[in-house]
Design a protein around this ligand. Structure first.
Ligand SMILES: CC(C)(COP(=O)(O)OP(=O)(O)OC[C@H]1O[C@@H](n2cnc3c(N)ncnc32)[C@H](O)[C@@H]1OP(=O)(O)O)[C@@H](O)C(=O)NCCC(=O)NCCS
Length: 199
C-alpha cells in the first residue's frame, strides 16, 4: 500500500498545547514515564505538563519538528545544550507533586542518566514520539530526518536514550548503535544508550 510522504516542519508556539497531549499519549505506556509517574489515573495529565514545559524551550536550545497534522514531534538539543542550567530547572516545579512519593528516587535516576551522558559535542534526541494511532506509517522516521541531516551537514554525532528495547531496531535502521545499557535505581527500567556517527 502506498502512503503519502510525511511533511515535516518546525514547531510553532501555537502547536505546543496539542503536541504536549500527543507526546503524553505516545509515552503513556513508556517504562520511564511510568517510573516517574506511577499512577495510571494521573500519568497522562502529568506527562502533558512535562512535555508542555519541554516544548516551551523552543528555539533557545532546541530544534523541534512536527508534521502538518501534529502527529508527533522530535525534540533535539543542540550541542552543549542538553543539560539544563539551574535557573531552567525551576520551570519543572509544577511536575514535582506528581513525583513526590518517590522524589528522592526520581532525582537519583535523573542523575544516573546524566552521569552517562557523553561529553563529546553531539546533537541529543531528547524526545521522539508519534501519536499511538498513527504509528508504523513512517512518521517517526520522517520526524528524525531534519535532525539527522543537520548532524550530517555539521559532522556531528547524535545521542539518545531509548526507554524500550523494541525501539532499538528502529533507531538502528537510522544509523544508531547501542553503546551501553543502564538500569535505573530501585529496580527501575533499563535504558539503551545509542550513538550515531555522522555520515
Ligand atoms: C518509536 C516511535 C517514535 C516510532 O514512530 P513511528 O511513527 O511508528 O515510526 P515509523 O513508522 O517511521 O517506523 C516504525 C516502524 O514502522 C515501519 N514503517 C515505516 N513506514 C511505514 C509505512 N509507510 N507503512 C507501514 N510501516 C511503516 C518501519 O519500518 C518501522 O519498523 P521498525 O520499528 O521495525 O523499524 C513510536 O513508536 C513512538 O512514539 N513510540 C512511543 C514513544 C517512544 O518510545 N519514543 C521513543 C523513545 S526513545
Amino acid at each position: 500500500m502506498l502512503t503519502a510522504p510525511v511533511s515535516v516542519r518546525d514547531v510553532r508556539p501555537e502547536d505546543r498545547r496539542a503536541l504536549a497531549a500527543v507526546l503524553a499519549r505516545s509515552f503513556y505506556d513508556d517504562p520511564v514515564t511510568s517510573y516517574f509517574y506511577p499512577r495510571d489515573r494521573t500519568r497522562l495529565r502529568h506527562a502533558r505538563t512535562f512535555f508542555g514545559i519541554r516544548l516551551r524551550q523552543l528555539g533557545r536550545q532546541q530544534q523541534v519538528h512536527t508534521t502538518d497534522d501534529l502527529a508527533g514531534a522530535a525534540l533535539w538539543a543542540l550541542p552543549g545544550r542538553w543539560h539544563e542550567e539551574g535557573h531552567e530547572v525551576i520551570q519543572y516545579l509544577p511536575t514535582i507533586p506528581a513525583m513526590l512519593p518517590r522524589l528522592g528516587m526520581a532525582l537519583r535516576a535523573m542523575r544516573h542518566i546524566e552521569d552517562h551522558h557523553p561529553a563529546e559535542p553531539h546533537l541529543y534526541l531528547s524526545i521522539l514520539g508519534t501519536d499511538p494511532d498513527q504509528q508504523g506509517r513512517g512518521i517517526g522516521s520522517a520526524l528524525l530526518g531534519p535532525g539527522l541531516r543537520l548532524a550530517d551537514e555539521d559532522g556531528l554525532p547524535c545521542y539518545l536514550e531509548s526507554s524500550k528495547e523494541s525501539n532499538v531496531a528502529f533507531y538502528a535502521r537510522h544509523g544508531f548503535t547501542v553503546r551501553e545499557v543502564i538500569t535505573l535505581p530501585n529496580d527501575g527500567p533499563s535504558l539503551w544508550l545509542m550513538w550515531r556517527e555522522p555520515r
